[in-house]
Design a protein around this ligand. Structure first.
Ligand SMILES: *Cc1c(COP(=O)(O)O)cnc(C)c1O
Length: 371
């Protein structure tokens, strides 16, 4: 494996480590513990290790496969499954996750059966709907659900939580955080139990956190993007003192020519069924880099040079090189958005190169039919 295979994503472990340490300190000042969310890096054990070394105790992922990956790599953490388990994966969830987030009684019932079979106790956090309209139990139904859960063997209710700014773009306001606190206190009182984890949201909760002095019963947030990209996620503003460039995509120029800027000939559909329109900007320095829509959410890439991305097809990304001299074989670097990061980390065609604490290059996963 060439150490500088392209395309590759360079993962700066020192910058990620710095961001984690800062965020643990920042949120800790007002009594909030953070779960390190690993889904954007597909549960990469090297990154998970950095999170653990910098003070994170709980790692959270939406996919049980990613949690399995970290468990198999002997990462020692409390593992939390963020996405409501599918009925069909209850046994895996009980085996690999310490805690799961839930919204459906039928699933919790299945987890109870699996945990009892496994002679273990599976912890759950109930997600409450607070307006973003992704997962969550409607607040009016919460008590009835809890009543039922408290009769189940092998299940321990350890908390409640809510999610924001994922589907509906709904902000975690002071009012909704206060509502969640009130719900938590109400449950503790009514059922004489203690909820050790009241988890109020994700990287979108930064502005709320900064604006309040007292976070109420909220003692946990689930943080991914702020760790990896150094920003909050309502306006994608950088958080002071954090690195926003811990991840860099490196792609390689495979063609560089002066060509017209406007396609010529009879025009039909492009690779994805669109009817593209182009402005005539005269002759243009055009370059192609060998990465495409099959590997990355191209609209989430920002070139580090003064060049412009014109578009992409499955395997090619087209660049207006402007005043930059791009030669065949040159490497071109890009900053990545969250969407681009997700796709790059998931693509088997993109190698992962760690910079900072450990120097390693992972091989692209070979494409075979027998596993
Ligand atoms: C992805 C996810 C998070 C983390 O979100 P970030 O914006 O990356 O901080 C938190 N909670 C749930 C339920 C998620 O699915």
């Amino acid at each position: 494996m060439e150490p500088n295979h392209t395309p590759r994503i360079e993962i700066n472990l020192a910058k990620i480590g710095h961001n984690v340490k800062q965020l643990v300190e920042l949120y800790g000042k007002k009594g909030i513990e953070i779960m390190g969310v690993t889904k954007a890096v597909c549960g990469d054990p090297v990154v998970a290790e950095v999170l653990m070394n910098k003070g994170i105790l709980m790692l959270a992922d939406s996919r049980i496969t990613n949690i399995q990956r970290m468990q198999n790599a002997k990462i020692k953490a409390q593992f939390v499954l963020l996405r409501t388990p599918a009925l069909s994966e209850a046994n895996l969830v009980v085996k690999y996750a310490d805690i799961s987030m839930n919204t459906e009684l039928s699933v919790i019932n299945e987890l109870s059966i699996a945990a009892t079979k496994n002679k273990s106790i599976h912890k759950i956090i109930l997600m409450v709907e607070m307006g973003d309209l992704r997962e969550g139990i409607m607040p009016k139904d919460l008590e009835e659900v809890i009543q039922e859960i408290l009769t189940l063997k092998g299940i321990q209710l350890v908390g409640i939580g809510a999610n924001f700014a994922c589907f509906g773009g709904v902000k975690p306001s002071k009012a909704s955080m206060d509502d969640l606190s009130v719900l938590a206190s109400g449950i503790e009182e009514k059922f004489s139990i203690s909820l050790t984890c009241v988890t109020g949201g994700n990287s979108a909760n930064y502005n709320w956190f900064e604006s309040v002095t007292d976070t109420g019963k909220i003692n946990n947030l689930r943080i991914g993007e702020s760790i990896y990209l150094g920003c909050e996620t309502l306006d994608r503003e950088a958080i002071p003192e954090l690195f926003t460039d811990a991840f860099t995509l490196v792609a390689e120029v495979i063609e560089s020519k002066i060509k017209p800027s406007k396609p010529y000939g009879e025009i039909g559909q492009d690779a994805f069924g669109n009817h593209p329109k182009f402005e005539d900007r005269g002759q243009m320095k055009r370059a192609i880099v060998s990465i495409g829509s099959q590997d990355v959410h191209v609209s989430g890439l920002t070139p580090k040079l003064e060049i412009e991305i014109l578009g992409s097809s499955s395997d090619h990304t087209l660049i207006d090189a402007k005043n930059v001299d791009l030669k065949v074989g040159d490497e071109v670097k890009f900053n990545v958005s969250y969407g681009a990061l997700l796709s790059l980390m998931t693509s088997p065609y993109v190698s992962k190169k760690y910079i900072g604490e450990i120097r390693l290059v992972s091989k692209p996963i070979p494409l075979t039919t027998n596993s």
